[in-house]
Write a protein that binds this ligand. Sequence first.
Ligand SMILES: Cc1cc2nc3c(=O)[nH]c(=O)nc-3n(C[C@H](O)[C@H](O)[C@H](O)COP(=O)(O)OP(=O)(O)OC[C@H]3O[C@@H](n4cnc5c(N)ncnc54)[C@H](O)[C@@H]3O)c2cc1C
Ligand code: FES
Ligand code: FES
Length: 1393
Amino acid sequence: MFGGQDSQKWTTFVRSASLTLTPTPRLSFRTQICFTATTDSSTMEDTQLTSTQHNQSLVFAVNGERFELSNVDPSTTLLHFLRSHTRFKSVKLGCGEGGCGACNVLLSKYDSKLKQVEDYTVSSCLTLLCSVNACAITTTEGLGNIKDGFHSIHQRFAGFHASQCGFCTPGMCVSLFSALVNSEKTHRHEPALGFSKLTASEAEKSISGNLCRCTGYRPIADVCKSFAADVDMEDLGLNSFWKKGAKLDKLPFYDSKQITTYPEFLKNEYKTTGVLSHQNNSWYSPLSIEELMSLVEYSSTDNGVMVKLVAGNTGIGYYKETEQYDKYIDLRFIPELSTIKKDGSHIEVGATVSISKLILALKEEKNDDGLCLETNMVFKRIASHLEKIGTESIRNVASIGGNLVMAQRKNFPSDIATVLLAVKAKVSILTGVKREILTLEEFLENPALDSRSVLLSVFIPWLKPTKNGYSEKSNTEIIFQTYRASPRPLGNALAYLNAAFLAEISVCDSGVGINSIRLAFGSFGVKHAISASTVENFLVGKTLSVDLIYEAVKLIRVSVSPESGTTHPAYRSSLAVSFLFDFLWPLVKADGTCNSPGIRSRMTFDHTETTTLLSSAKQVIESSHEHYPVGEPIVKSSAAIQASGEAVFVDDIPSPLNCLHGAFIYSTKPLARVKGVKLKSEKDVNSVITFQDIPKGGDNIGAKTLFGPEPLFADELTQCAGQLIAFTVADTQKNADVAADTAMVDYDIEDLDPPILTVEQAVKKSSFFEVPSIVSPSQVGDFSKGMAESDHQIHSAEIQLPSQYYFYMETQTALAVPDEDNCIVVYSSIQVPEYAQSVIARCLNIPEHNVRVITRRVGGGFGGKALKAMPVATACALAAYRLGRPVRTYMNRKTDMIMAGGRHPMKINYTIGFKSNGKITALHLDILINAGMSTDVSPMLPWNVMAALKKYNFGALSFDFKVCKTNHSSKSAMRAPGEVQGSFIAEAVIEHVASHLSLDPGFVREVNFHSFNSLKLFYGVGAGEPLEYTLPTLWDKLMKSSNFDNRVEKVNKFNKNNIWRKKGVSRIPILHEVLLRSTPGKVSILRDGSVVVEVGGIELGQGLWTKVKQMTAYCLKAVQCDGTDGLLEKVRVIQADTLSMVQGGFTSGSTTSEASCEAVRLCCNVLVERLVSLKEKLKEQMDSVTWELLITQANIHAVNLSASSFFVPEFTSMRYINYGAAVSEVEVNLLTGETKILQTDIIYDCGQSLNPAVDLGQIEGAFVQGIGFFMLEEYLTNSDGLVIADGTWTYKIPTIDTIPKQLNVQILNSGYHKNRVLSSKASGEPPLLLAASVHCATRSAIKEARNQLCSWKGLDGSDSMFQLDVPATMPVVKTLCGLDNVETYLRSLLSSS
Ligand SMILES: Cc1cc2nc3c(=O)[nH]c(=O)nc-3n(C[C@H](O)[C@H](O)[C@H](O)COP(=O)(O)OP(=O)(O)OC[C@H]3O[C@@H](n4cnc5c(N)ncnc54)[C@H](O)[C@@H]3O)c2cc1C
Ligand code: FES
Ligand code: FES
């Protein structure tokens, strides 16, 4: 069986279209047939295939279907092929650089000699199509589907509520599937039926290279663990399979035998591709070094021929190539380059051997191979280091040689170069006929390898005794350790610094002597990895002591010195100190004596080391059955088809005939005249659209809000770096992207004022946006009076808060199709279709009824697909209108990140007055908000900041906001816009007061809690009724459920007993005010009794459709006829269509789900009223009136079965407050600055949740997004304001290894709420604010570190008056813990001895 389909269906599949293939002799190699083709990759559908030409064509299978292509542009990626030329659209483009896992597919190869299939994941965005010859590709569609039945992976993703927007889900499914397939090949015990051979830890790790921006990973981890042989079923989280009593038979059955990944038909036709030709470029697969060298030689002498040697092709993930090569030479079929050989002195690793294969080989080395214990240990440590390179799908194809060549030629910050440098590896290079062996050091230092040279192999030496030998009895030992400090512990992040140290030591009575030592460092902003010879020379021959280590670390700080321009240079140098200290310190006792015996046992790789689970969790929900099925944790609508890849996102809609593709040219200058735009090459470009293409009478408008319009393109003057200037339109997305990327914009800045790039400059120039009084927050009390009442005051303290990027997994996308009579249909991934409709109409100067904007689902929005999606839709519409052809765009991640704007950065200055007991009597804030170049929703920010900041009773509260207009990209709403900053500022104030008074911050929080009266004073009607103020209850409950006091005690104890790790724990409350807005709904009952629903709200992954379905079923049930229990299954919510449902408004602010539910409730009430009287009449005639019968009769009696509504919330109850609280416990590593989140406990009041599973997903997902803001994500710009954190390499959202190791969430059902929709409360944004608990806990741990530092310096007292920046990244944390804390510690020991 293949994915549940009969294997007989694997009949030969031949694409049917025509193309003339003309054999053209080219080179005198083994296979000499080239085809001159008449198509390119964009028209590959036209490729004709013939059964006689197998040898020269590319044959492979996708989900069991056979593909044979003889005309392939060698630069075509597998992702492009699958998405553009097959029906398998589940492979998603999330980044195009190997960093997100959305495009993962399973690649299977057959080894005809061993008769074995090898299966592994690859990033299809980096895999070249030509390299998959004879391979079978499995995407998530290949596992199952809605018609033939879903795979248990799909079913469990749905049932564990592990898919929200669904854009990451296909890639996740494939990663898990690959782990399952490979676990079956192990020789482990047969697991119980229905389980795999995976351990829970391995299962969870299988998705460590996949990003998800919605779920927070916990439910995905549960899906993975549910397949594991050693899982404790009771530990699995909330799911739809059981309410109580976890049992395997309730889970969708997993049958490991069902899986076949390599179709039989492909086994018989394995051949190398030989030569594949396409127009002017070809793909070669030489089988020997000789063939290879003549190819290289031939090409390089052929003037101007661009040649690319290809192994795994992952290098393009980092060095985005726009060049077209004439020849691609696949190195992987040359035996010498692809094997691992061992002899008595080394392992020789062929250059194309993948990192994964090398890891296996290094791990497999056993003593009986003749290896000494030390060599074994070294190899295993190297393997363990290599496991942190990239992600599994990268390591599976990324070659050792490719990595070293990138390091050598382009200064790539390689880990491999560093670890191999430490063990004195050598490389073999072939240039022409000259073969030479170089030390890795020589290789790295040589001039960049020229295009004629090939790296053949790498020699990793076995350790040889240099002195006394390595016998167990000898006193000589080898120690080896590798290090890397990076934002993600499991990899998928380049290191700030990596290192590997190898030493031979002698242990004797007088101590530990260093016989030899090798200290390799890399990835710290130098050309390549280095060995720190000065320090090595200094240490050799000496006996270790505190003094010696002190001198050595001082020297290493100088040796490991990044080149100018490197970020965090001092931090990177301090890491070198930490690593060396960590390496040497276990060898000496504090008194300077030898720490032996037992060095070897401690330093030797621990074979029994088991990786602990990344996550564990508990969920407590209190659902209400009062409004069944509302209140049930039912599975998210579309979750299963999202998992199976059948859910259609905008870019999955097949291109209409003649469709063109667009890409944006943006400004790189903050303020300049645009004199012109020149394309590097006009070839392949259809048109360049600018503001001049706007039709007569149309406006240059790209977006609008209540506060005004925004331009689509810069006209003469560009106002920020990142502003859209033009839209290149070409026949393929790639051509449009390349044209935009290589376009030259001619700027002129003569006579222009300098741009405003800081809020301070904006203040100087009075460059502000007006805040209308209707949205201005009100001051509370009398600030001067409050200050006069205070015992203590803090004046002019400052906080800076940065921006954050949305990182929705689906980038901005739209498809515009011209229609008859001057109309246009635009498919857009947008949160506000209605506004896009209006903007497009104004831009094109056509009536709004000519514009139909359709949105079915959005692959993550978080506010970024509101305003910022409008110009994308409008540009497509304008180009389509202008050119009379469909135009679509799928924005690349870089452009998306550059234009997105993101969260508003702020500068806050505050003055506080407070009593000695911590009670704050007055707070004044001056807040400068950087709004960027245009208004967007920025005038709302002061209100939002204040709404969340007022969570404490600050006595008197005064403030001054300035919404600064600057020459930055326009900032927009991002999940909890302003609220997250406001809530954080409140905590910063509390922490500041606590530090000032040396009080516990938790105590100061409680002293400043609101009473209901003060709440009313601060929030007015939004405060609601006294019983609705549930925060004090939540606060107390959380203290008990999180065992808070006990944990504080444990943390204190831990901190006393540990020098280099400190823990912190913090509990914070949140208040988050939301506003209900009016919204439409429409419910129609069709003849068969099925129900179709339209709402204003858009499904962004937040579960809006699911709640709407539940509400519809609940309300229609009121008809009280037979069979209404199954109504839920009959309801379908359909895509938003601006001509069908008007006044759809914004989907934002957390309340759209409940407002849409209310709109639907109003419709259903009307329908019920219409149906009830008919039902009563029918009841008089028959015993049972079923739903179907009732509807049939309603049609006969001409009852109107469609009802529309427009829900308008009452003014007095449209605002309300949400409450929650969280405790987080963290552990900070004082040597590296790493913060581990050990545990988070959340309690959140959802009222009577409409769907607790959906709300849980919102709470966990928002919380983890908040962790990103507070701890990880640096949305950096250059000095012109141009975003430079523009991809997955530089922008690090949380991954499964950076979420809390234990995440416990309780959803409190706070009962009846008169003014709320069925007593429910919002959950979309408020929980994001709770992540400040992680930041506060980190601050608390740092406080401990700083106090310790003080004592080392011999200073009395504590050092708690410091600001911890947001995000609290590793460099930030380490800096506060002391970049020189190691030296300080050693000095303190030296001075006390
Ligand atoms: C998402 C991601 C994360 C990563 N993270 C890390 C990391 O944390 N640490 C780290 O060290 N690396 C990391 N890498 C780099 C990765 O290890 C390299 O991209 C990979 O090893 C290159 O091998 P390849 O086979 O894909 O090379 P290719 O991409 O095929 O080739 C790379 C370059 O080397 C040339 N080349 C390849 N083989 C030879 C040869 N034998 N002789 C001469 N020239 C040759 C090619 O022409 C090309 O110019 C990461 C890569 C990605 C995509
Ligand atoms: S799209 Fe390929 S890894 Fe992100
Ligand atoms: S569900 Fe994972 S990115 Fe949306």
